[in-house]
Write a protein that binds this ligand. Structure first.
Ligand SMILES: Nc1nc2c(ncn2[C@@H]2O[C@H](COP(=O)(O)OP(=O)(O)OP(=O)(O)O)[C@@H](O)[C@H]2O)c(=O)[nH]1
Ligand SMILES: [Mg+2]
Length: 215
């Protein structure tokens, strides 16, 4: 039992080292990297499609899915540079997979849409500057209590599908209280992928963070 724990800790240490190296490399190239986390169908791809055109510099997206290139094709068709990684079953992406598909001429912003779930992607650093967590009102307001790590580690939390609030019993106070117990500082921004509401605020936060990272 103790051996198993030791090996797992070594893997995590090695992963953190690789992630730190990639983060330093991207920082030196003035590329700002956002790791996008959220449940399957939370609206991650919809968010990227609406958000990236609002940024002040070009963006490139690495799409992570267990199978299919549906999301990378959607982004490419919208004129956003994108590449697909298929894990074939693994529930999160790791740094070597990111490094392997980075384009030579990368500039501006790098986004990774991680594998859709609230568990494994929160456990692994992949070289990002910030984690963006996309939660939704359709998941229910108890998710911060049940899946704490993703909410704890997020640097910004978006609450999506707010157009559906009138049809649901989502308790926003309970949700916010649960997030704040884990994460006192991350902004919580209500957004709507259908209308783009809130996206400008998210774009502003990202551009400000990139500017601040250069100071
Ligand atoms: N009503 C409503 N639907 C939304 C909203 N945002 C996204 N959707 C819909 O939710 C579905 C899933 O959206 P995606 O953007 O594909 O979600 P995703 O998180 O990328 O999904 P995976 O990559 O499969 O994990 C699509 O049918 C979207 O049109 C929203 O704000 N309101
Ligand atoms: Mg997607």
């Amino acid at each position: 039992m103790s051996k198993k724990i030791e090996i797992f800790e070594k893997i995590l240490d090695k992963n953190e080292q690789l992630a730190a190296e990639l983060n330093a490399q991207l920082s030196a190239q003035n590329i700002f990297f956002i790791n996008v986390l959220g449940s399957p169908g939370a609206g991650k791809t919809t968010l990227l499609l609406g958000l990236l055109p609002l940024l002040n510099e070009p963006s490139f997206v690495i799409e992570g899915d267990i199978q299919s290139d549906i999301d990378a094709v959607k982004l490419s068709q919208a004129g956003i540079g994108a590449v697909q990684i298929n894990t074939g079953g693994a529930c999160h992406l790791e740094t070597p997979q990111i490094k392997a598909v980075l384009p030579q001429d990368l500039q501006g912003y790098l986004f990774v849409e991680n594998i859709g779930n609230l568990v494994c992607p929160a456990e692994f650093l992949i070289g990002e500057h910030h984690k963006l967590l996309l939660a939704t009102v359709t998941e229910g307001s108890d998710k911060p209590y049940k899946y704490p790590l993703a909410f704890e580690k997020a640097d910004i939390i978006l609450l999506n599908k707010t157009d559906l609030l009138p049809y649901l019993d989502f308790d926003i106070d309970f949700f916010t209280e649960g997030v704040r117990k884990l994460n006192p500082t991350a902004p919580i921004i209500k957004v709507c992928g259908k209308t783009g509401a809130g996206f400008k605020e998210v774009a502003y936060w990202i551009t400000q963070k990139k500017l601040q990272s250069k100071l």
